[in-house]
Design a protein around this ligand. Structure first.
Ligand code: NAD
Length: 502
């Protein structure tokens, strides 16, 4: 199967990819929708337990096949560079498929697709630089060193919002370390991973190194995370699912990295460049229609500039062009799921009922047919105990809160179940650095927002999960340390005493 694209996949049921071959699944069928029309555009198989088992077995077999097991680190790096070239040549096809599935802006999905070869090249360069250490253990005539090894089979479970970008955060370091993977994309956006398999084959990765199974979380997903052949679970998704995954992983003592949701504080201080800050706040929540884990959905504005900044934010929200995500002038596309439209509506009602003030939006725009569009929505006079300040909505809804001084800010900003991202706008470096130290978040952006890098570790804590992606931290996440001890003294040891340090 070659050249899978929106055109060739429309009206079809996606294939799955196991052991280097596309297959038709024997499982049930799940409808996959185009969010711009609300119509089904293709179907996704709900893989059977046997198919999940076949994918894990293929990955296990690849791990013991000399073609992959004994490939040198530099050769792995070269294969990854070849893959990077192929991905680069297919950026547009990948972006189009992902937009068809999740309705995000084509410009945004193109940028995220362009980041895929960047990640591949970054980790390709690392493949032959993954080193152990030599440890001076205070024992004469003893050599003690460590080597880093692949973990084995990694299950990569991804959400619908940025499927291949999320997959690549795990896949690139996994390949660099020499692992084999089984990817389970979201049932709402599976086409990207299926198309990507074609490029893995073309790049020349041995069969079984990369497999894609599709399906629902409770069926195919559960079969994957509880499979005894899986050595690590890399999960990106919601906190409720994260807890289910952690329990399933615990049954098999399988380690897991969990990248979960957020309710990230985005702060505007009275000494900030207020125009730049207002722009940052708008970009932090309305880019990707708020469907991003790091969305700055809890905006804190200092009380003496509150009204002025709110006015600027509302003005910018009013100017947002809503429409078909494939158009270059559009800034806000539809939501990916109808259930997300309902969720935003429910939170809008809850905010009103709890006494917040609707400053903008709150409904659905006219004249856009049956697409799943929602207006950018802004609530002011929000307090930190309201549901819109506490729960992740994953939509274009901004909750604006007020703070008095830095102490008040820290109390409110850290009073959250989540700890993923954060941002602050201020010209005062001391203030920014004090915030950086005290904020409970895995990432802090100062005078910018939503600017990640593959070279920079990312990940949260509290209900935002655990484990790290990006940077060298991901190499540590997807490899393990083996300790080696050599006694070259030639002396006999006392057989009945452990040779601890004395
Ligand atoms: P989700 O938790 O519903 O699903 C994520 C994936 O898990 C899907 O592939 C789904 O099929 C699978 N799944 C569901 N139940 C499962 C089970 N029992 N066993 C195995 N797999 C199962 O999340 P979603 O709605 O697809 O994505 C939105 C969420 O993802 C938001 O909470 C968002 O914040 C989070 N997210 C986090 C990050 C991050 O880097 N922290 C990035 C993107 C999205």
């Amino acid at each position: 199967m070659q050249g899978l694209s929106v055109e060739t996949l429309t009206g079809s049921c996606l294939p799955i990819y196991i052991n280097g071959t596309y297959r038709t699944s024997e499982g049930g069928r799940i409808d996959s929708y185009d969010p711009t029309t609300g119509q089904v555009w293709c179907q996704v198989p709900d893989c059977t337990d046997a198919e999940v088992d076949a994918a894990v077995s293929a990955a296990r077999a690849a791990m013991s096949d000399p073609e992959w097991r004994d490939m040198t680190q530099s050769q792995r790096g070269l294969l990854m560079l070849r893959l990077a070239e192929l991905v680069e040549a297919n950026v547009e096809r990948i972006a189009e498929v992902e937009v068809q599935d999740n309705g995000k802006l084509l410009r945004e999905m193109r940028a995220l697709s362009q980041a895929l070869p960047v990640a591949l090249r970054y980790y390709a360069g690392m493949a032959d630089k993954i080193e152990g250490t030599t440890i001076p253990v205070n024992k004469p005539d003893m050599l003690n060193f460590t080597v880093r090894e692949p973990l084995g089979v990694v299950a990569i479970i991804i959400p619908w919002n940025s499927p291949l970008y999320m997959m690549m955060r795990a896949l690139a370091p996994c390949l660099a370390c020499g692992n084999a993977v089984v990817v389970k994309p979201s049932e709402h956006a599976s086409a990207g991973a299926v198309v990507f398999a074609e490029l893995m084959k073309e790049a020349g990765f041995p069969d079984g190194v990369f497999n894609v199974i599709t399906g629902l979380g409770q069926t195919a997903g559960n079969a994957l995370i509880t499979h005894p052949g899986v050595n690590k679970i890399d999960f990106t998704g919601g906190p409720a699912t994260g807890k289910v995954i952690a329990k399933g992983a615990a049954e098999q003592l399988t380690p897991a990295a969990l990248e979960l949701g957020g309710k990230s504080p985005h702060v505007v201080c009275d000494d900030a460049d207020l125009d730049a800050a207002a722009n940052g706040v708008v970009a932090g929540i309305f880019a990707a229609a708020g469907q991003t884990c790091v969305a700055g959905s809890r905006c804190f504005i200092q009380e003496n500039v509150y009204d002025a900044v709110v006015e600027k934010i509302v003005e910018k929200a009013r100017a947002i062009t809503i429409g078909d995500p494939r158009r270059d002038d559009v800034q806000l596309g539809p939501l990916a799921l109808w259930s997300q439209v309902e969720k935003v509506a429910e939170f809008t009602e809850s905010a009103k009922a709890q006494g917040a003030t609707l400053a903008f939006g709150g409904g659905r725009p006219d004249g856009l047919g049956d697409g799943w569009y929602v207006e950018p929505t802004i609530f002011t006079n929000v307090t930190n105990d309201m549901r819109i300040a506490r729960e992740e909505i994953f939509g274009p809804l901004l909750a604006i809160l007020k703070f008095r001084d830095d102490e008040d800010l820290m109390q409110q900003a850290n009073d959250s179940d989540f700890a993923l991202a954060s941002g602050i706008w201020t010209r005062n470096i001391q203030r920014a650095l004090r915030f950086m130290r005290r904020i409970e978040a895995g990432m802090v952006w100062i005078n910018t927002y939503r600017s990640p890098s593959v070279m920079s570790p990312s990940g949260g804590h509290k209900d935002s999960g655990y484990g790290k992606h990006n940077g060298f931290a991901a190499i540590e996440e997807f490899s393990r340390i083996k300790t080696v001890v050599i006694d070259y003294s030639g002396a006999q040891q006392d057989a009945f005493v452990m040779r601890v340090n004395k």
